[in-house]
Design a protein around this ligand. Structure first.
Ligand code: HAM
Length: 478
């Protein structure tokens, strides 16, 4: 009997796995540019971490957690999100006992929610996120939003809308919750069972109700903005002012309450509609939390963070054409082709040499026709093929074929390493426009002239003598 993957999970492999790695590496890299340090909390936590952290009133805790008893009868939960576990980690390891706050961390990995699977909604999915804890300056909120914005911008996602709202301080929220209880009290019998239990646990959650029949009642409910304290309004206005000054576009959405109970003050979400018009909803979201650190026995300090859903980001990147459908599984530089039985061992020695130089290489393991081997090389996206037959072995040489230009050269064994390095640096620097093939369809000017006057990444020409070369880069230099 065939055994398939668990409902709501998905297998990630080949080019898609490479896209995940590249996107995650890019996010980690940008987080480090913002001086956030990596943390890796465990996937399983005591259930209490999420019940107390995320809140009993949230759908995540009430319906979506993968909770089980281990062999020691402990209630454990597969993390449905990172933030609560990260705060547990910070408090337990006394990372917040320092004068240098906020403590800035980033994380990446799988999370688990027992939700109804649908497009962009899985039961196991991946998140990348950050938390900055221990400093309540509005500049920390700004930095976290800017970090998320920089990531989306670097990924080339142009149609992002940042939705932002103010949930107010504790005092504002208590007053608002009271007003909501008062308003919904008489309406409860007409509302869905979920809203009836939300009424007791956290009436703010009623505003998130997805049942169409409840929408009209929710629409006429009191508005949070009428219950905000002056201090909270001032704080929010400060953050909005910073975003305006820095030219970060946003939309104030006073219906945005977020699905997790720990939020206070500023909350935000990154929404995306692809160029084709497909609405992906929130690709990420976050906000400030005031009580979480104390909840875990830490000092009375607040934090702010966000998480991206990597699956949704990958879908958006595909839809917008940033990830090609035939994305190679990896960037193969050399495919080594042994021709004839006796060449196999030499082929492996040659491939090892190439790897030791820092370039990827793969060897054909089968004795198939030469044309089949070239087809395999191309299918793997190799840049060069190295061909070794009996003739080449007897004469201590190899043949290297450029699979893009089809140029073929013979290289003596003693020149092999230098040639490999030359070929690869020529390939990598040929035009600097690594996004496209070296077919001259870029306007950097370097395709017009010979290899000696090729242009490197910034449109800067690396030829020695500017006078003799008529490429545009020299004009720019002057
Ligand atoms: P969240 O909004 O629950 O926030 O999740 C963040 C992102 O994870 C969402 O915007 C979405 O892209 C993705 N996501 C959520 N559920 C699913 C699902 N079932 N399938 C696929 N993707 C999903 C949090 O998790 C907070 N911990 C964010 C945060 C960090 N707040 C403060 N710090």
């Amino acid at each position: 009997m065939e055994i398939n993957n668990v409902k709501g999970t998905h297998d990630i492999f080949a080019g898609e796995a490479s896209a995940y790695s590249q996107v995650e590496a890019m996010m980690k890299n940008i987080a480090e540019l913002f001086a956030f340090m990596e943390v890796r909390p465990p996937v399983i936590e005591h259930s209490e971490v999420f019940v107390r952290g995320v809140g009993e009133g949230s759908d995540v805790v009430r319906k979506e957690m993968y909770t089980f008893l281990d062999k020691g009868n402990r209630s454990l939960t597969l993390r449905p999100e990172f933030t609560a576990g990260i705060i547990r980690l910070m408090v337990q390891n006394k990372l917040l006992v320092t004068n240098e706050l906020p403590l800035k961390v980033y994380y990446c990995g799988p999370v688990f929610r027992y939700e109804r699977p649908q497009l962009g909604r899985y039961r196991q999915f991946n998140q990348f996120g950050v938390e900055a804890v221990g400093n309540d300056s509005p500049f920390v909120d700004l930095e976290v939003i800017l970090l998320a914005y920089t990531i989306l911008d670097t990924l080339g996602l142009e149609n992002v809308t940042i939705k932002i709202n103010n949930l107010g301080d504790e005092e504002s929220r208590l007053a608002y919750k009271e007003a909501l209880r008062e308003y919904f009290k008489g309406l409860l019998p007409k509302m869905c069972p979920d809203c009836q239990s939300r009424y007791e646990l956290n009436p703010l959650r009623i505003l998130d109700c997805k049942v169409p029949a409840d929408h009209a009642l929710v629409k006429s409910a009191p508005k949070l903005k009428d219950y905000l304290s002056e201090e909270s309004k001032k704080r929010f206005a400060t953050i909005i002012g910073y975003l305006d000054t820095l030219g970060v576009h946003y939309e104030i959405d006073d219906t945005l309450v977020r699905g997790l109970d720990y939020y206070s003050e500023t909350v935000f979400e990154f929404h995306y509609v692809s160029a084709k018009g497909n609405d992906y909803g929130a690709v990420g979201g976050g906000g400030r939390y005031d009580k979480l650190v104390k909840e875990f026995g830490g000092p009375d300090m607040s934090g702010v963070g966000f998480s991206f859903g990597i699956e949704r980001i990958i879908s958006v990147l595909k839809d917008d054409g940033h990830i090609p459908a035939d994305m190679p599984a990896f960037n193969l530089s050399f495919y080594v082709i042994p021709v004839g039985d006796k060449a196999h061992l030499t082929a492996h020695a040659v491939a090892t040499n190439i790897r030791l130089l820092g370039y990827s290489s793969d060897v054909c393991f089968d004795d198939v026709k030469l044309t089949t081997m070239f087809k395999r090389a191309e299918k793997k996206g190799a840049k060069f093929a190295v061909i070794i037959g009996e003739d080449e072995m007897n004469n201590n040489k190899v043949i290297i074929k450029n699979l893009e230009t089809k140029e073929q050269i013979e290289v003596a064994q003693e020149d092999f390493e230098n040639k490999i390095i030359d070929l690869m640096s020529e390939h990598d620097h040929n035009c600097g426009c690594h996004e496209h093939a070296h077919d001259g369809d870029c306007d950097c000017g370097c395709h017009d002239h010979d290899k000696e006057t090729k242009c490197c990444c910034s449109g800067d020409c690396d030829c020695e003598d500017g006078e003799e070369c008529d490429c545009e880069c020299h004009e720019e230099k002057k």
